[in-house]
Design a protein around this ligand. Structure first.
Ligand code: TK8
Length: 354
């Protein structure tokens, strides 16, 4: 009898060793096959992670981040805890890319433009006057072209989870209203760190300087630069109107935001955890885009009321601008890959015919 108990105990110990050693190794198989089976409840771990955004809490980007936190915390039954950082507190867009690659930051939202120095194909979203409205942009971002670009990120240590909206950019400056091609001449304009933007503004005769977003207000205030360009909610919420009397409705380019995860972080998640985060990015993104469109309308009114001098740019002038920058865009299309740029234009055409 005694002997039997001993035997059973030894058997238990050995089998638990086998389970520990080999059980871990087979975890991967469990995870990858989890799509077909129901996941065990414990596949959601207690986790804390950081989400950094560049703009203010009041901006749709900050509001979208809050919405993301709510959704993720709810759908993980309180197991996930997201710490939010606004106003580039974890670093500007370029720093965010490095933080995510290095794994010191788990999640971040940035403009796609600075990402083009890591994955050049993102530069197609910096081509001016491609989209006539937000809906056209969504068709491309949420369609094949957008997906093709997201798929290029993992080999760089990044995971692209979806596109939010920064929006159509407009020019502000402290010198004079910009309503013609001539008016760009000699203006010292801050651009995002992005080759297409730099070349476009050079072609227009301006004097562009790349600069991180967090330095822009001070540079405008001290008159180190004359102007900058950003969507209206940014101009209002970040108070650029206090140091920039002129706003020109150039609407020259649409900038997407991209929501990314650190691949180092992502690879440690179970399928169920990934699903919770991925779905929250899309759901919060819908909310963010809608709110951004509303903020964009309100900001124009608010900026006018705050005393900014606003002018339109006629279609005729826009045609002149397009003609001047055409060779720049052709050159960048070649460098990026004609196939991709042609595909984008074709998809836009298709969306217009619908
Ligand atoms: C904020 C930036 C900003 C962008 C810029 O992180 O740099 O001008 O438009 O919104 O992504």
């Amino acid at each position: 009898m005694k002997k039997g108990i001993k035997k059973a105990a030894i058997y238990l110990i050995i089998s638990s060793i086998i389970l520990t050693v080999f059980g871990c190794g087979s975890q991967k198989t469990v995870e990858t096959s989890a799509k077909n089976k129901a996941e065990p409840a414990d596949s959601i771990q207690e986790r804390r992670f950081k989400l950094g955004v560049g703009l203010d809490e009041k901006h749709s980007e900050g509001q979208g981040a809050q919405k993301f936190k709510e959704i993720v915390e709810k759908n993980s039954n309180g197991k996930f805890n997201v710490s939010l950082y606004y106003n580039n507190q974890l670093g500007d867009d370029k720093q965010t890319i490095d933080n995510l690659i290095g794994g010191t930051q788990e999640l971040g939202v940035i403009s796609t433009s600075p990402l083009a120095s890591t994955v050049k194909e993102f530069g197609i979203f910096d081509f001016p006057f491609v989209f006539n409205n937000e809906q056209e942009a969504y068709t491309i971002l949420d369609g094949e072209v957008g997906k093709t670009l997201l798929d290029k990120l993992p080999s760089h240590g990044l995971i692209g989870l979806g596109y939010w909206e920064n929006g159509f950019r407009n020019l502000t400056n402290s010198k004079h209203p910009v309503s013609t091609l001539e008016d760009f001449k000699g203006l010292k304009i801050r651009t995002m760190p992005n080759k297409v933007h730099l070349d476009v503004f050079s072609a227009l005769g301006a004097n562009p300087t790349p600069m991180a977003f967090s330095e822009v207000f001070t540079a405008l205030d001290s008159k180190t630069i004359d102007g900058q360009e950003n969507p209206l909610p940014t101009i209002e919420i970040h108070k650029f109107n206090e140091v920039q009397p002129y706003l020109s409705m150039t609407n020259h380019v649409y900038t997407p935001f991209i929501f990314m995860a650190s691949k180092k972080f992502w690879d440690g998640l179970s399928d169920e955890e990934k699903k919770i985060i991925q779905e929250a990015v899309i759901e919060a993104g819908k909310y963010q885009r809608e709110l951004n469109i509303e903020q964009n309308k309100k900001s124009l009114e608010n900026l006018k009321a705050a005393g900014m001098q606003v002018n339109e740019v006629s279609d005729e002038e826009k045609e002149k601008i397009k003609a001047v920058i055409k060779p720049v865009i052709e050159q960048h299309s070649k460098e990026i890959g004609e196939d991709l740029t042609q595909k984008m234009y074709a998809e836009v055409e298709k969306a217009r015919k619908k």
